[in-house]
Design a protein around this ligand. Structure first.
Ligand code: DX5
Ligand code: ZN
Length: 220
């Protein structure tokens, strides 16, 4: 069970301090938005490079951008240990995943809520992680879409059947209220933005979330 706090709602004037607050996190989730794939704009490669330079936590980049085929490798080059691009945006997802892996990064495939997992079940071995969005991507602080749980469960079933070690990440509206549902459905990697950064004690929130997830591990 891995907790990957999203820094989308942190204080960007003090990135170093905000990252230090989550020193117990397994990953640091960094949301890249281009104002085309999603109606919001965040940051690019230079800031990711700076983040990598100030935290020992591995950086989990989530690219909500058009044309990831062109842009994603630069994030691996910048030092992100995981690079997730969206299935809806990639022209050649297999070629891109292979390129990212050849650069030493984990390759993640992201799915918006209305995108099915089924077309990708035969090529799970090409990816290190499947990201199942539990909100429409674009903003932090939205509510968890519980109707995504069957997709998580079908992905879990396929991963277990394949014997592959593909991680299943959920992102959007994850909190103490929803993490157990997602863990029971089969997720093992949890992004939490506002739940962590809007809490009084980010470190304690990461601990609490991990503990809840571990208590509700998918078991069938
Ligand atoms: C949304 C981003 C998320 C976001 C999650 O498009 O991909 O990573 O920061 O924030 P919360 O946990 O507040 O939904
Ligand atoms: Zn994200």
């Amino acid at each position: 069970m891995r907790i990957s706090p999203s820094i989308l709602n942190c204080d960007f004037s003090d990135l170093r301090g905000e990252l230090a607050k989550i020193s117990n996190a397994d990953w640091a989730h960094v949301d890249i938005m281009d104002n085309h794939f999603v109606p919001n704009l965040t940051m690019g490669v230079p800031i990711v490079e700076s983040i990598v330079g100030v935290t020992p936590i591995p950086v989990d980049t989530h690219l909500m951008i058009e044309d990831p085929d062109r842009w994603a490798p630069a994030f691996a080059e910048a030092g992100a240990k995981s690079v997730t691009f969206h299935a809806e945006a990639a022209a050649a997802p297999l070629r891109l995943a292979r390129e990212l892996r050849a650069m030493g990064a984990r390759a993640g495939l992201g799915l918006k809520p209305a995108t099915p997992i089924e077309p990708y079940l035969d090529i799970l071995d090409e990816f290190d992680m499947i990201l199942i969005m539990t909100v429409e991507p674009g903003f932090g602080g939205q509510s968890f879409i519980e109707s995504m749980m069957p997709k998580v469960a079908r992905t879990r079933e396929a991963v277990n059947k394949s014997g592959l070690d593909v991680w299943i990440q959920v992102d959007g509206g994850i909190s103490r209220k929803t993490i157990e549902i997602a863990a029971e459905a089969g997720a093992d990697t949890f992004v939490a933005g506002s739940a962590v950064y809007k809490s009084e004690d980010a470190y304690a929130e990461v601990e609490a979330l991990r503990e809840l997830a571990m208590r509700h591990t998918h078991s069938h």
